[in-house]
Design a protein around this ligand. Structure first.
Ligand SMILES: [Zn+2]
Length: 279
């Protein structure tokens, strides 16, 4: 499936694509124009679930799964009086090439390039250690043009911030490490109930150590025993949580997981977040 096929999929289902910018990317030596789109459903509703997808091009089943479950998503949102603001594929050239960053090679750190934290006077970092104190944070511009345009567009939704935000990703996990996990920032008990539902579809990945390297600085973190990562990494979910979003989740499924299961997992995240904010 190409980016154009993905867009056509939404058009065929009668969704209105709203252009928020365009970029030129070199595809096999030739510049190609990409228009960037979002979809807003139930614009009259007061509460919002905000969904971003396709930051990383090799995680292609993220965007493809959302197209498959979109009718069910919008039916459920309508029933619960929830507005959806959806960015179905943020990095279209990466998606077409099935590569992580855009071919201009600007998208490195693209998905955690929204916030910086000042940990000491004039010392700014992108990722905080666990419970690390900081002086202040600022929203920063991104090197990647797709993310710059995205950020410009999404910041119109900060007053009030969406009640819930979901960023959909995939990871190349080894089978024995499980098939899904999630980044969260708080409300562990709330999300644990959702994890238990998801565990009926695929094994949870757990107890994996990881580190984030930023120059000489290393931040150690882990996927814990329940499949959660707590990390302030300057991502779009971190930013919206700082801006006041009550629920902020980055959902990861294994890149090798069958599409059907990716769809099931992402749909559960969407429905459960809608349930949480429609209460
Ligand atoms: Zn990713």
């Amino acid at each position: 499936m190409t980016y154009n096929d993905l867009l056509q999929g939404y058009v065929d289902k009668n969704y209105e694509l709203e252009c928020y910018g365009s970029v030129k990317e070199p595809i096999r030596g030739k510049d190609k124009d990409y228009r960037l789109y979002k979809i807003v459903v139930n614009p009259e509703c007061e509460k919002t679930l905000f969904i971003t997808n396709g930051f990383h091009g090799e995680e292609f089943n993220g965007p493809i799964s959302l197209l498959h479950i979109f009718d069910e998503t919008t039916d459920f949102a309508k029933k619960n009086r929830i507005r959806l603001i959806v960015y179905p594929c943020i990095n279209p050239a990466g998606f077409d090439l099935r590569q992580r960053y855009n071919p201009s090679d600007e998208l490195e750190y693209g998905n955690n390039d929204f916030l910086r934290y000042e940990i000491k006077k004039n010392e700014w970092v992108g990722t905080l250690k666990n419970n690390e104190p900081f002086l202040r944070y600022k929203i920063v511009d991104s090197a990647a043009k797709e993310v710059r345009l995205l950020k410009h567009d999404v910041l119109q939704y900060q007053n009030p911030a969406p009640q819930a935000v979901l960023d959909i990703h995939q990871d190349c996990l080894k089978k024995e490490q499980g098939d899904f996990y999630a980044y969260i920032l708080d409300k562990r008990e709330v999300y644990l109930k959702i994890m238990k539902k998801l565990a009926k579809i695929a094994p949870v990945s757990k107890n994996i150590q990881a580190e984030n390297i930023e120059g000489k600085r290393k931040v150690h973190y882990q996927i814990d025993k329940d499949g959660f990562i707590f990390l302030r990494d300057g991502s779009i979910t971190d930013m919206f949580h700082r801006l006041g979003s009550e629920f902020a989740v980055c959902a990861e499924t294994n890149t090798d997981l069958p599409l059907k299961k990716v769809c099931q997992i992402n749909l559960i995240w969407i429905k459960e977040l809608i349930n949480l904010i429609s209460k």
